[in-house]
Write a protein that binds this ligand. Structure first.
Ligand code: SF4
Length: 475
């Protein structure tokens, strides 16, 4: 999985300089936020649904091996073929092999973050196969040669005028206005030809039902249905965590997902297919089950809850950090709060980019409040920060030893562990704080410590501690 080697802080600083980006993002996220809150408030049992969603995902993750084997059996029985891919290289090789085996020079795709994660389009291009994105927003960023900046609305950072210019230039649509209907119609005409010409369709999966081997894709434009029914061959690439045991389980997610993502009671298009059937749809169906770091994430008892994610993007839309810096600052296909906990777990820690992501948050907790499967994102962020710090300390490098924050924390740990040392430190601090403390608070610390008080007040050491009072009163 490709992840930026540059830290989030550096990328975010650059993004903050783009005021147009901030305006586009602020407008879009505020609108989605408001709509989502209204859609969710219509359901009196929303909290119970969230509980159920979280419980189903947790149980499935605990027995993932069994459910995946059951899924493989069901898909095979329904006439499909299952491929297991350990990493991006294997998955890309499998998909390209299938496309080449059918002589395809062009494939149509319906939005799949899993294929973005493995950079399938780049690989296909190297093999001489053009991959056409058919989701409108995906098409926009593909034509612009950019990366997605939102899970659900990949072109959220672009406004209508920018899209019109892009279509004029890339699709030759000269007399185009920036009316959304005109823009959509232009894309539709272009895509219709691609759908009819393509022999191979590639999709992602929102869910896969183990008991029947049924794959489910939810979308809003109908392009997914064209992709999964018109071509002769259909290839679905899905992360192994997308499996759900039964249709009863799916029922819960079909209520949670549309309201959380697009604020709709029900999404316009939901496609289900199980293997192949005679007389309609693709003649061949392949399911690629992608690991790519997921079993590694599964081995972390606290971090593994990130694998519950149903990619609704609600956490992005409420995140004050995402709203200001946009998705590209996270340096991976998974932006926002979920990206900050998922990317470092999938890629592993130990590099500047992934190590910086757990710090890309103010820990306000808004993401946890909206998450339909109750992923405690702040908890995982803090857990991952701990892992980053421990890794650094364990590396034993001179930089780790000289790190002022690390040295201060080591001193504090020693002080807190020794009562006498702690009491001596209190006395010292009490004597030294007099020029800084006013009314029981320290509002500004000097020198490098000023960073701590820049955004918070510090309690002054009291004139008498509880232990001193106790000793005096009770001897
Ligand atoms: S972490 Fe939760 S809120 Fe964020 S995209 Fe995943 S399911 Fe949605």
């Amino acid at each position: 999985m490709k992840v930026s080697e540059r830290p989030f802080q550096a990328l975010a600083r650059e993004a903050l300089a783009d005021s147009q980006l901030r305006r586009n993002l602020g407008h879009a996220t505020a609108t989605i936020r408001k709509k989502r809150a209204a859609a969710v408030s219509e359901l009196p049992d929303w909290e119970e649904l969230r509980e159920a969603g979280a419980a189903i995902k947790e149980r499935t993750l605990r027995h993932l091996d069994e459910y995946l084997v059951r899924l493989e059996e069901s898909v095979t029985k329904a006439g499909g073929e299952v491929h297991w891919a350990r990493d991006a290289r294997e998955a890309n090789r499998i998909v390209a092999g299938i496309a080449k085996g059918h002589g395809a020079r062009e494939v149509v795709k319906v939005k799949s973050i899993a294929t973005d994660e493995i950079r399938l389009n780049d690989h296909l291009e190297k093999e001489g196969i053009e991959a056409v994105e058919t989701d409108l927003a995906e098409l926009i960023i593909q034509l612009a040669g950019e990366e997605s900046s939102h899970i659900l609305v990949p072109a959220i950072h672009k406004n209508r005028a920018e899209i019109r210019e892009l279509f004029r230039e890339k699709l030759g649509a000269k007399d185009l206005s920036d009316d959304p209907r005109d823009l959509t119609e232009t894309a539709r005409r272009y895509l219709r030809e691609r759908f009819l010409a393509a022999k191979v369709g590639i999709s992602g999966a929102n869910f896969a039902v183990a008991e029947t081997g049924t794959i489910c894709v939810v979308e809003s434009e109908g392009n997914g249905r064209m992709c999964t029914t018109l071509p002769e061959v259909l290839v679905t690439v899905m992360g192994i965590e997308k499996v759900v045991p039964t249709w009863r389980d799916l029922e819960v997610f079909m209520q949670l997902l549309p309201r959380s993502s697009t604020a709709e009671r029900m999404n316009p298009y939901t496609s289900f297919w199980s293997g192949t059937s005679s007389g309609e749809g693709p003649r061949e169906f392949h399911l690629v089950l992608l690991d790519n770091g997921r079993t590694q994430a599964l081995s972390d008892p606290k971090g593994r809850q990130a694998l519950r994610c149903i990619r609704c993007s609600a956490c992005l839309n409420v995140c004050p950090v995402y709203e200001r810096v946009g998705g590209h600052s996270y340096g991976s296909v998974y932006p926002g709060p979920i990206g900050a906990i998922l990317t470092p777990q999938l890629t592993g820690l130990g590099r500047k980019g992934p190590d910086s992501l757990p710090y890309a948050s103010s820990l306000c907790g808004a993401c946890y409040e909206v998450c339909p499967v109750k992923i405690n994102i702040p908890e995982v962020l803090i857990h991952l920060r701990g892992r980053v710090v421990r890794n650094r300390q364990d590396s034993g490098s001179p930089a780790a030893k000289l790190d002022p924050e690390g040295a201060a924390m080591r001193t504090l740990a020693r002080t807190f562990a020794d009562r006498r040392l702690y009491e001596a430190a209190q006395k010292l601090a009490r004597a030294g704080q007099w020029p800084l403390a006013r009314g029981g608070r320290i509002r500004r610390l000097p020198g490098p410590l000023s960073g701590w008080t820049a955004v918070r007040d510090l309690e002054a050491v009291p004139r008498k501690t509880f232990r001193e009072w106790w000793r005096r009163e009770r001897g």
